[in-house]
Design a binder for this molecule. Sequence first.
Ligand code: COS
Length: 384
Amino acid sequence: MIRDQETLTMLLDSVSRFVREQLIPLEDEVAETDQVPDRVVAQMRELGLFGLAIPEAYGGLELTMEEEVLFAFAIAKTSPAFRSLIGTNNGIGSQGIVIDGTEAQKRKYLPRLASGEIIGSFALTEPGSGSDAASLRTSAVRDGDHYVLNGTKRFITNAPEASIFTVMARTDPQARGGHAISAFIVEKETPGLSLGKIDKKMGQQGAHTCDVVFEDCRVPAENLIGGREGVGFKTAMKVLDKGRLHIAAVSVGVAERMLDDALRYAMERQQFGQPIAEFQLIQAMLADSKAEIYAARCMVLDAAQRRDAGQDVSTEASCCKLFATEMCGRVADRAVQIHGGAGYVSDYAIERFYRDVRLFRIYEGTTQIQQLVIARNMIKEAGG
Ligand code: COS
Protein backbone atom coordinates (compact mmCIF):
# COMPACT_ATOMS: atom_id res chain seq x y z
CA MET A 1 0.00 0.00 0.00
CA ILE A 2 1.31 3.40 -0.94
CA ARG A 3 -0.07 6.12 1.31
CA ASP A 4 1.16 9.20 -0.47
CA GLN A 5 2.76 8.70 -3.88
CA GLU A 6 4.18 12.21 -4.07
CA THR A 7 6.02 12.02 -0.73
CA LEU A 8 7.24 8.51 -1.53
CA THR A 9 8.58 9.59 -4.93
CA MET A 10 10.46 12.45 -3.25
CA LEU A 11 11.97 10.06 -0.68
CA LEU A 12 12.99 7.50 -3.30
CA ASP A 13 14.48 10.19 -5.55
CA SER A 14 16.56 11.64 -2.74
CA VAL A 15 17.70 8.17 -1.63
CA SER A 16 18.72 7.25 -5.20
CA ARG A 17 20.63 10.53 -5.53
CA PHE A 18 22.28 9.96 -2.13
CA VAL A 19 23.35 6.45 -3.21
CA ARG A 20 24.67 7.65 -6.58
CA GLU A 21 26.43 10.81 -5.48
CA GLN A 22 27.56 10.05 -1.91
CA LEU A 23 27.63 6.33 -1.17
CA ILE A 24 28.90 4.62 -4.35
CA PRO A 25 32.03 6.85 -4.43
CA LEU A 26 32.75 5.80 -0.81
CA GLU A 27 32.43 2.03 -1.29
CA ASP A 28 36.18 1.31 -1.51
CA GLU A 29 37.02 3.58 1.42
CA VAL A 30 34.42 1.92 3.66
CA ALA A 31 35.66 -1.55 2.66
CA GLU A 32 39.27 -0.59 3.46
CA THR A 33 38.67 1.29 6.71
CA ASP A 34 35.80 -0.92 7.95
CA GLN A 35 34.05 2.30 8.93
CA VAL A 36 31.16 4.37 7.57
CA PRO A 37 32.26 8.03 7.89
CA ASP A 38 30.46 10.12 10.51
CA ARG A 39 29.31 12.64 7.92
CA VAL A 40 27.41 9.87 6.09
CA VAL A 41 25.70 8.87 9.34
CA ALA A 42 24.73 12.53 9.84
CA GLN A 43 23.31 12.70 6.29
CA MET A 44 21.30 9.54 6.93
CA ARG A 45 19.86 11.14 10.05
CA GLU A 46 18.91 14.25 8.11
CA LEU A 47 17.14 12.16 5.48
CA GLY A 48 15.13 10.45 8.24
CA LEU A 49 16.49 7.02 7.29
CA PHE A 50 16.75 5.71 10.86
CA GLY A 51 13.01 6.03 11.43
CA LEU A 52 11.45 4.76 8.21
CA ALA A 53 9.57 1.91 9.86
CA ILE A 54 8.75 3.64 13.14
CA PRO A 55 5.23 5.11 13.61
CA GLU A 56 4.78 8.84 13.01
CA ALA A 57 3.45 9.20 16.55
CA TYR A 58 6.98 8.39 17.77
CA GLY A 59 8.88 10.52 15.28
CA GLY A 60 9.29 8.06 12.40
CA LEU A 61 8.09 8.12 8.79
CA GLU A 62 5.83 5.08 9.30
CA LEU A 63 6.39 3.66 5.82
CA THR A 64 4.05 0.87 4.84
CA MET A 65 5.72 -2.44 4.00
CA GLU A 66 5.31 -1.77 0.29
CA GLU A 67 6.95 1.64 0.69
CA GLU A 68 9.71 0.10 2.79
CA VAL A 69 10.61 -2.54 0.20
CA LEU A 70 10.69 0.11 -2.53
CA PHE A 71 13.11 2.04 -0.32
CA ALA A 72 15.19 -1.13 0.21
CA PHE A 73 15.44 -1.71 -3.57
CA ALA A 74 16.92 1.81 -3.84
CA ILE A 75 19.33 1.86 -0.87
CA ALA A 76 20.68 -1.57 -1.83
CA LYS A 77 22.25 -0.34 -5.07
CA THR A 78 25.46 0.16 -3.09
CA SER A 79 27.48 -1.69 -0.43
CA PRO A 80 25.13 -3.47 2.00
CA ALA A 81 27.14 -2.01 4.92
CA PHE A 82 25.44 1.36 4.43
CA ARG A 83 21.98 -0.18 4.71
CA SER A 84 23.06 -2.27 7.66
CA LEU A 85 23.72 0.85 9.71
CA ILE A 86 20.08 1.93 9.49
CA GLY A 87 18.81 -1.65 9.14
CA THR A 88 18.48 -2.51 12.80
CA ASN A 89 16.73 0.75 13.81
CA ASN A 90 14.11 0.11 11.14
CA GLY A 91 14.04 -3.65 11.58
CA ILE A 92 15.04 -6.12 14.23
CA GLY A 93 16.40 -3.48 16.65
CA SER A 94 13.13 -1.54 16.97
CA GLN A 95 10.27 -3.73 15.82
CA GLY A 96 10.01 -5.76 19.01
CA ILE A 97 9.11 -2.50 20.77
CA VAL A 98 6.89 -1.30 17.87
CA ILE A 99 4.94 -4.58 17.68
CA ASP A 100 4.72 -5.69 21.30
CA GLY A 101 6.09 -2.87 23.50
CA THR A 102 4.09 -1.04 26.15
CA GLU A 103 3.13 2.58 25.56
CA ALA A 104 5.78 3.72 28.07
CA GLN A 105 8.47 1.66 26.31
CA LYS A 106 7.47 3.10 22.93
CA ARG A 107 7.55 6.65 24.24
CA LYS A 108 10.90 6.17 25.93
CA TYR A 109 12.85 4.53 23.10
CA LEU A 110 11.21 4.91 19.68
CA PRO A 111 11.71 8.68 19.16
CA ARG A 112 15.45 8.35 19.79
CA LEU A 113 15.68 5.32 17.49
CA ALA A 114 13.70 7.17 14.80
CA SER A 115 16.00 10.20 14.86
CA GLY A 116 19.13 8.04 14.82
CA GLU A 117 20.25 9.49 18.14
CA ILE A 118 20.63 5.89 19.34
CA ILE A 119 21.15 2.58 17.54
CA GLY A 120 19.05 -0.46 18.44
CA SER A 121 20.27 -4.04 18.15
CA PHE A 122 18.62 -7.49 18.35
CA ALA A 123 20.20 -10.19 20.50
CA LEU A 124 18.74 -13.65 19.79
CA THR A 125 21.58 -15.87 18.54
CA GLU A 126 23.95 -17.53 21.02
CA PRO A 127 27.06 -19.70 20.75
CA GLY A 128 24.90 -22.82 21.19
CA SER A 129 21.68 -21.62 19.57
CA GLY A 130 21.37 -20.36 16.00
CA SER A 131 18.70 -21.92 13.78
CA ASP A 132 17.19 -23.58 16.86
CA ALA A 133 16.42 -20.22 18.40
CA ALA A 134 14.02 -21.63 21.02
CA SER A 135 16.89 -23.53 22.65
CA LEU A 136 18.61 -20.32 23.80
CA ARG A 137 20.23 -20.48 27.25
CA THR A 138 20.55 -16.85 28.38
CA SER A 139 18.61 -16.65 31.64
CA ALA A 140 16.59 -13.86 33.22
CA VAL A 141 15.73 -14.44 36.86
CA ARG A 142 13.27 -12.14 38.62
CA ASP A 143 14.71 -10.41 41.70
CA GLY A 144 12.37 -7.79 43.18
CA ASP A 145 11.70 -5.15 40.57
CA HIS A 146 14.59 -6.34 38.37
CA TYR A 147 15.52 -9.32 36.23
CA VAL A 148 19.09 -10.64 36.45
CA LEU A 149 20.43 -11.68 33.04
CA ASN A 150 23.26 -14.15 32.45
CA GLY A 151 24.46 -15.50 29.11
CA THR A 152 26.22 -14.71 25.84
CA LYS A 153 24.76 -13.52 22.54
CA ARG A 154 26.73 -14.01 19.31
CA PHE A 155 27.12 -12.29 15.90
CA ILE A 156 24.99 -9.36 17.06
CA THR A 157 24.67 -6.83 14.22
CA ASN A 158 25.47 -3.21 15.17
CA ALA A 159 26.22 -4.24 18.77
CA PRO A 160 29.40 -2.13 18.85
CA GLU A 161 27.32 0.95 17.93
CA ALA A 162 24.14 0.09 19.86
CA SER A 163 22.74 1.95 22.85
CA ILE A 164 19.89 -0.50 23.42
CA PHE A 165 19.46 -4.23 22.81
CA THR A 166 16.31 -6.30 22.41
CA VAL A 167 17.41 -9.42 24.29
CA MET A 168 15.63 -12.74 24.27
CA ALA A 169 16.19 -14.64 27.53
CA ARG A 170 14.70 -17.60 29.36
CA THR A 171 12.55 -16.55 32.32
CA ASP A 172 11.57 -20.10 33.25
CA PRO A 173 14.77 -22.18 33.46
CA GLN A 174 12.84 -25.46 33.86
CA ALA A 175 10.61 -25.10 30.80
CA ARG A 176 11.88 -26.04 27.34
CA GLY A 177 11.11 -24.35 24.04
CA GLY A 178 9.76 -20.93 23.18
CA HIS A 179 7.13 -20.52 25.92
CA ALA A 180 9.75 -19.80 28.57
CA ILE A 181 11.38 -17.01 26.59
CA SER A 182 10.83 -13.32 27.30
CA ALA A 183 12.12 -10.21 25.52
CA PHE A 184 13.85 -7.33 27.30
CA ILE A 185 15.14 -3.91 26.40
CA VAL A 186 18.63 -3.63 27.84
CA GLU A 187 20.54 -0.37 27.81
CA LYS A 188 24.21 -0.54 26.94
CA GLU A 189 25.33 1.21 30.12
CA THR A 190 23.67 -1.40 32.38
CA PRO A 191 26.32 -2.83 34.73
CA GLY A 192 27.09 -6.45 33.80
CA LEU A 193 26.73 -5.90 30.05
CA SER A 194 29.95 -6.10 28.04
CA LEU A 195 30.92 -6.51 24.39
CA GLY A 196 33.32 -8.98 22.77
CA LYS A 197 35.83 -8.01 20.10
CA ILE A 198 34.50 -7.07 16.69
CA ASP A 199 34.18 -10.14 14.42
CA LYS A 200 36.38 -10.38 11.32
CA LYS A 201 33.86 -11.13 8.60
CA MET A 202 34.07 -12.43 5.02
CA GLY A 203 32.44 -9.24 3.71
CA GLN A 204 30.22 -6.28 4.55
CA GLN A 205 33.12 -4.30 6.01
CA GLY A 206 31.74 -1.19 7.66
CA ALA A 207 28.95 -3.20 9.29
CA HIS A 208 29.98 -4.63 12.63
CA THR A 209 29.02 -7.63 14.74
CA CYS A 210 30.30 -8.89 18.08
CA ASP A 211 29.34 -10.90 21.17
CA VAL A 212 27.18 -9.31 23.85
CA VAL A 213 27.83 -10.78 27.29
CA PHE A 214 25.54 -10.54 30.33
CA GLU A 215 27.01 -11.24 33.77
CA ASP A 216 24.56 -10.64 36.60
CA CYS A 217 23.17 -7.81 34.50
CA ARG A 218 20.26 -6.23 36.41
CA VAL A 219 17.53 -5.00 34.08
CA PRO A 220 14.50 -3.10 35.45
CA ALA A 221 11.30 -5.18 35.26
CA GLU A 222 9.66 -2.29 33.39
CA ASN A 223 11.97 -3.19 30.47
CA LEU A 224 10.25 -6.54 29.91
CA ILE A 225 8.77 -5.97 26.45
CA GLY A 226 4.98 -5.73 26.66
CA GLY A 227 5.21 -6.36 30.41
CA ARG A 228 4.55 -10.07 29.82
CA GLU A 229 6.78 -13.06 30.41
CA GLY A 230 6.80 -16.05 28.04
CA VAL A 231 5.90 -14.28 24.80
CA GLY A 232 9.41 -13.17 23.79
CA PHE A 233 9.90 -15.98 21.27
CA LYS A 234 6.73 -15.00 19.43
CA THR A 235 7.87 -11.36 19.48
CA ALA A 236 11.16 -12.48 17.90
CA MET A 237 9.35 -14.51 15.22
CA LYS A 238 7.05 -11.59 14.33
CA VAL A 239 10.05 -9.29 14.09
CA LEU A 240 11.79 -11.78 11.82
CA ASP A 241 8.76 -12.12 9.49
CA LYS A 242 9.15 -8.45 8.66
CA GLY A 243 12.95 -8.60 8.65
CA ARG A 244 12.95 -11.46 6.17
CA LEU A 245 10.86 -9.49 3.72
CA HIS A 246 13.22 -6.55 4.09
CA ILE A 247 16.32 -8.70 3.44
CA ALA A 248 14.61 -10.16 0.36
CA ALA A 249 14.08 -6.60 -0.94
CA VAL A 250 17.72 -5.74 -0.23
CA SER A 251 18.77 -8.85 -2.18
CA VAL A 252 16.78 -7.60 -5.18
CA GLY A 253 18.43 -4.16 -5.04
CA VAL A 254 21.97 -5.52 -4.75
CA ALA A 255 21.31 -8.04 -7.55
CA GLU A 256 20.16 -5.19 -9.80
CA ARG A 257 23.39 -3.31 -9.06
CA MET A 258 25.55 -6.37 -9.77
CA LEU A 259 23.73 -7.02 -13.04
CA ASP A 260 24.14 -3.37 -14.09
CA ASP A 261 27.88 -3.67 -13.44
CA ALA A 262 28.09 -6.97 -15.35
CA LEU A 263 26.14 -5.60 -18.32
CA ARG A 264 28.33 -2.50 -18.53
CA TYR A 265 31.47 -4.64 -18.36
CA ALA A 266 30.16 -7.05 -21.02
CA MET A 267 29.43 -4.16 -23.38
CA GLU A 268 32.91 -2.64 -22.90
CA ARG A 269 35.09 -5.75 -22.78
CA GLN A 270 36.28 -6.84 -26.24
CA GLN A 271 37.28 -10.39 -27.08
CA PHE A 272 37.48 -12.14 -30.44
CA GLY A 273 37.04 -8.70 -32.03
CA GLN A 274 33.72 -7.75 -30.42
CA PRO A 275 32.14 -6.86 -27.06
CA ILE A 276 31.60 -10.04 -25.05
CA ALA A 277 27.93 -8.95 -24.63
CA GLU A 278 27.46 -10.08 -28.24
CA PHE A 279 28.19 -13.69 -27.30
CA GLN A 280 25.15 -15.82 -26.65
CA LEU A 281 26.67 -17.64 -23.68
CA ILE A 282 27.18 -14.26 -21.96
CA GLN A 283 23.68 -13.22 -23.01
CA ALA A 284 22.24 -16.33 -21.35
CA MET A 285 23.81 -15.30 -18.03
CA LEU A 286 22.52 -11.74 -18.40
CA ALA A 287 19.02 -12.89 -19.35
CA ASP A 288 18.70 -15.52 -16.60
CA SER A 289 19.77 -12.91 -14.05
CA LYS A 290 17.29 -10.34 -15.37
CA ALA A 291 14.40 -12.82 -15.28
CA GLU A 292 15.21 -14.03 -11.77
CA ILE A 293 15.55 -10.49 -10.42
CA TYR A 294 12.18 -9.61 -11.95
CA ALA A 295 10.57 -12.66 -10.34
CA ALA A 296 12.01 -11.82 -6.93
CA ARG A 297 10.96 -8.16 -7.21
CA CYS A 298 7.36 -9.21 -8.00
CA MET A 299 7.29 -11.66 -5.10
CA VAL A 300 8.59 -9.11 -2.62
CA LEU A 301 6.08 -6.46 -3.71
CA ASP A 302 3.21 -8.96 -3.56
CA ALA A 303 4.14 -10.14 -0.06
CA ALA A 304 4.56 -6.54 1.13
CA GLN A 305 1.12 -5.59 -0.20
CA ARG A 306 -0.40 -8.63 1.54
CA ARG A 307 1.23 -7.64 4.83
CA ASP A 308 -0.11 -4.09 4.44
CA ALA A 309 -3.56 -5.61 3.90
CA GLY A 310 -3.29 -7.29 7.30
CA GLN A 311 -2.57 -10.83 6.14
CA ASP A 312 -0.25 -13.20 8.00
CA VAL A 313 2.71 -13.38 5.61
CA SER A 314 4.94 -15.77 7.52
CA THR A 315 4.94 -18.19 4.54
CA GLU A 316 5.32 -15.46 1.92
CA ALA A 317 8.12 -13.71 3.82
CA SER A 318 10.03 -16.98 3.99
CA CYS A 319 9.35 -17.68 0.28
CA CYS A 320 10.75 -14.22 -0.54
CA LYS A 321 13.81 -14.60 1.68
CA LEU A 322 14.49 -18.08 0.27
CA PHE A 323 14.11 -17.15 -3.39
CA ALA A 324 15.55 -13.63 -3.42
CA THR A 325 18.69 -14.38 -1.41
CA GLU A 326 19.47 -17.53 -3.42
CA MET A 327 18.78 -15.56 -6.62
CA CYS A 328 21.19 -12.86 -5.39
CA GLY A 329 23.90 -15.49 -4.88
CA ARG A 330 23.40 -16.83 -8.42
CA VAL A 331 23.51 -13.32 -9.90
CA ALA A 332 26.71 -12.57 -7.95
CA ASP A 333 28.28 -15.76 -9.28
CA ARG A 334 27.31 -15.02 -12.90
CA ALA A 335 28.46 -11.41 -12.58
CA VAL A 336 31.92 -12.60 -11.44
CA GLN A 337 31.95 -15.08 -14.34
CA ILE A 338 31.11 -12.34 -16.86
CA HIS A 339 33.95 -10.21 -15.45
CA GLY A 340 36.32 -13.20 -15.84
CA GLY A 341 39.74 -12.61 -14.21
CA ALA A 342 38.72 -9.02 -13.51
CA GLY A 343 35.92 -10.35 -11.28
CA TYR A 344 38.41 -12.08 -8.98
CA VAL A 345 40.45 -8.99 -8.16
CA SER A 346 39.40 -6.02 -6.12
CA ASP A 347 39.67 -3.43 -8.94
CA TYR A 348 36.01 -4.09 -9.70
CA ALA A 349 33.18 -3.83 -7.17
CA ILE A 350 31.85 -7.30 -8.03
CA GLU A 351 34.63 -9.06 -6.08
CA ARG A 352 33.43 -7.25 -2.95
CA PHE A 353 29.70 -7.74 -3.64
CA TYR A 354 30.26 -11.48 -4.18
CA ARG A 355 31.52 -11.71 -0.57
CA ASP A 356 28.98 -9.21 0.81
CA VAL A 357 25.88 -11.01 -0.46
CA ARG A 358 26.90 -14.41 0.90
CA LEU A 359 25.47 -13.34 4.26
CA PHE A 360 21.94 -12.86 2.90
CA ARG A 361 21.41 -16.63 2.68
CA ILE A 362 22.43 -17.04 6.32
CA TYR A 363 21.21 -14.27 8.63
CA GLU A 364 17.61 -13.64 9.75
CA GLY A 365 17.10 -17.37 9.14
CA THR A 366 19.11 -19.57 6.77
CA THR A 367 17.69 -20.80 3.47
CA GLN A 368 17.08 -24.15 5.14
CA ILE A 369 15.07 -22.51 7.96
CA GLN A 370 12.95 -20.71 5.35
CA GLN A 371 12.26 -24.06 3.65
CA LEU A 372 11.27 -25.52 7.00
CA VAL A 373 8.92 -22.60 7.84
CA ILE A 374 7.24 -22.77 4.40
CA ALA A 375 6.69 -26.53 4.47
CA ARG A 376 5.49 -26.54 8.09
CA ASN A 377 2.96 -23.80 7.35
CA MET A 378 1.74 -25.73 4.29
CA ILE A 379 1.21 -28.85 6.37
CA LYS A 380 -0.55 -26.87 9.13
CA GLU A 381 -2.88 -25.18 6.62
CA ALA A 382 -3.71 -28.55 5.11
CA GLY A 383 -4.86 -29.66 8.57
CA GLY A 384 -1.81 -31.77 9.43
N1 COS B 1 4.67 -15.27 14.20
C1 COS B 1 4.08 -15.45 15.41
N2 COS B 1 4.25 -16.57 16.15
C2 COS B 1 5.06 -17.54 15.67
C3 COS B 1 5.71 -17.40 14.41
C4 COS B 1 5.47 -16.22 13.67
N3 COS B 1 6.05 -16.04 12.49
N4 COS B 1 6.44 -18.51 14.17
C5 COS B 1 6.27 -19.31 15.24
N5 COS B 1 5.44 -18.72 16.13
C6 COS B 1 4.96 -19.28 17.40
C7 COS B 1 4.29 -20.61 17.14
O1 COS B 1 2.95 -20.43 16.81
C8 COS B 1 4.48 -21.32 18.46
O2 COS B 1 3.50 -20.88 19.38
P1 COS B 1 2.50 -21.95 20.08
O3 COS B 1 3.40 -22.97 20.71
O4 COS B 1 1.73 -21.11 21.06
O5 COS B 1 1.68 -22.53 18.99
C9 COS B 1 5.81 -20.80 18.97
O6 COS B 1 6.06 -19.56 18.26
C10 COS B 1 6.94 -21.76 18.69
O7 COS B 1 6.97 -22.01 17.29
P2 COS B 1 7.61 -23.33 16.68
O8 COS B 1 7.04 -24.53 17.38
O9 COS B 1 7.46 -23.27 15.21
O10 COS B 1 9.13 -23.17 17.13
P3 COS B 1 10.41 -24.05 16.77
O11 COS B 1 11.25 -24.11 17.97
O12 COS B 1 10.02 -25.33 16.14
O13 COS B 1 11.26 -23.16 15.73
C11 COS B 1 11.90 -21.86 13.84
C12 COS B 1 10.79 -22.34 14.76
C13 COS B 1 12.89 -22.93 13.45
C14 COS B 1 11.17 -21.36 12.63
C15 COS B 1 12.63 -20.69 14.57
O14 COS B 1 13.42 -21.16 15.62
C16 COS B 1 13.49 -19.86 13.65
O15 COS B 1 13.00 -18.98 12.92
N6 COS B 1 14.81 -20.10 13.65
C17 COS B 1 15.73 -19.24 12.93
C18 COS B 1 16.18 -18.15 13.82
C19 COS B 1 16.72 -17.02 13.05
O16 COS B 1 16.16 -16.54 12.06
N7 COS B 1 17.85 -16.53 13.52
C20 COS B 1 18.46 -15.42 12.90
C21 COS B 1 19.03 -14.59 13.97
S1 COS B 1 18.42 -13.03 14.04
S2 COS B 1 19.52 -12.08 12.72
